[in-house]
Design a protein around this ligand. Structure first.
Ligand code: NDP
Ligand code: AKG
Ligand code: MG
Length: 430
């Protein structure tokens, strides 16, 4: 199976059965990437918390068999490759994995390994829940009103990496094709432009929006909002909105009420009739599917966060929105995430934040994002008891004001501790 890695001898594989149901043994093999920068600090703390929670929740009957796989600087230093083929094989074979952050240079150098993993494994949904933990210092007055789950499309948009640098033969060819064959007249400085391409497909949109609706219905959420910049990017972001509404009505007709329906009723029968139709859909517990333009959304999440619930959006919007919303509930130190293909069952869990290089090796940063990503992983495996016990312990530890520097600097009377000591406190509070 592997070119260079040795497959673990202990533990068993997670498999997927009919109806995309996971079969999870009591000792699943789970590949992990430690990550660059702060990766080792937060991974070493997180893995202790995860193991202790599983041990305690199941009295030793369940145990994760961790399998380290390489990517990023550690991989390059040991193998000469940034993302060895064996690492992809491991995530493919064992279905579920977890990773620390990986560095991506700006303006040149290697393309993002994080994006490569998502694309290679076709992990089309980046799921990032954002909720408030009592006692966490926040820059807004009512952080508790933020309770959103972002479904970020993870396989297309400008992340496809189709871009050509200024001055190259490729960009000259492309610009002349755009101008001469397609009549593009508005490239302001054709001699000195770089060009990036933004593919957005109907299939890609539909699978993402379908996953978000399924999640919203299962979790009894009130609304799903399609966030886009479709007024400007009509055939990519505008199409995302149109395809999203069409899919919602076609596949979930009796379970949803869309703002596209609202508009049709309004045009035919007037505003009162449309308002009535929406109110009765809400009373019947239907999921309201609505949309908002991305810039307006970014101000409304600050002014009226309670109006938003599950979010479905494109790749770049989702990237910006994840960090912005994380800040509202106390920062990127407790912002978890998952990259999931709901059809094949492949999933790689990871924090929203990056490698924070200035803190690397200082045993300083908050491991909360990776720990909460592991909570999402445990839930994905159906190990709810272990997941719940970590969340309770995190709540208790924050309540005791035992926190890392990021919270301590905004908290009165905090007991600031290192990453490893924060993990000790979490384990004690399990
Ligand atoms: N999925 C991934 O692997 C990701 C990788 N990256 C990559 O990471 C590298 C660095 O990116 P950068 O833009 O600096 O973003 P980072 O998220 O790495 O760091 C930005 C700031 O966020 C805060 N922060 C990040 N992580 C934590 C944590 N665990 N606890 C507390 N605070 C934290 C720090 O704020 P402060 O300075 O205020 O203390 C830090 O300076 C880049 O190469 C980027 O491409 C970025 C995002 C995701
Ligand atoms: O791949 C990277 O380096 C950045 C990724 C990122 O910002 C994200 O996943 O939110
Ligand atoms: Mg990001």
């Amino acid at each position: 199976m592997f070119e260079k890695y040795t497959a673990p001898t202990a533990g068993e594989k997670i498999t997927i059965g009919e109806n995309s149901q996971l079969n999870v043994p009591n000792n699943p093999i789970i590949p992990f990437i430690e990550g660059d920068g702060i990766g080792p600090d937060i991974w070493n703390a997180s893995v202790r918390v995860i193991d202790a929670a599983v041990e305690k929740a199941y009295n030793g009957e369940k145990k994760i068999e961790w399998f380290e796989v390489l990517a990023g600087e550690k991989a390059f230093n040991q193998t000469g490759e940034w993302l060895p083929a064996d690492t992809l094989t491991a995530f493919r074979e064992y279905l579920v994995g977890i990773k620390g952050p990986l560095t991506t240079p700006v303006g040149g150098g290697i393309r993002s390994l994080n994006v490569a993993l998502r694309q290679e494994l076709d992990l089309f949904a980046c799921v990032r829940p954002v909720r408030y933990f009592n006692g966490v210092p926040s820059p807004v007055k009512h952080p508790e009103l933020v309770d959103m789950v972002i479904f970020r499309e993870n396989s297309e948009d400008i992340y496809a990496g189709i871009e050509y640098a200024e001055g190259t033969d490729e960009v000259k060819k492309l610009i002349s094709f755009l101008r001469e064959e397609l009549g593009a007249k508005k490239i302001r400085f054709p001699e000195t432009s770089g060009i990036g391409i933004k593919p957005v497909s109907k299939e890609g949109t539909e699978r993402l929006v379908r996953s978000a609706i399924e999640y919203a219905i299962k979790q009894n959420r009130k609304s799903l909002t399609l966030v886009h910049k479709g007024n400007i990017m009509k055939f990519t972001e505008g199409a995302f909105k149109t395809w999203g509404y069409e899919l919602a009505e076609r596949e979930y007709g009796d379970k949803v009420f869309t703002w596209a329906q609202y508009d049709r009723i309004k045009d035919a029968e007037g505003t009162d009739a449309a308002n009535k139709a929406q109110s009765s859909a809400e009373a019947a517990g239907k999921l309201i599917v609505k949309d908002v333009i991305a810039d307006a959304f970014l101000q409304q999440i600050l002014t009226r966060p309670a109006e938003y619930d599950v979010i479905a959006t494109l790749n770049l919007n989702g990237d910006y929105i994840s960090d912005a919303l994380a800040a509202q509930v106390g920062g990127i130190g407790i912002a978890p995430g998952a990259n999931i293909n709901y059809v094949t069952g492949h999933a790689v869990f990871e924090a929203t934040h990056g490698t924070a290089p200035k803190y690397a090796g200082l045993d300083k940063v908050n491991p909360g994002s990776v720990i909460l990503s592991a909570v999402m992983m445990l839930e994905f495996l159906g190990w709810q008891e272990a997941a719940d016990s970590i969340v309770k312990s995190l709540e208790k530890t924050i309540d005791q004001k035992t926190v890392t520097y990021d919270f301590a600097r905004m908290m009165e009377g905090a007991n600031e501790v290192k990453t490893s000591v924060f993990a000790d406190a979490l384990i004690k509070n399990l």
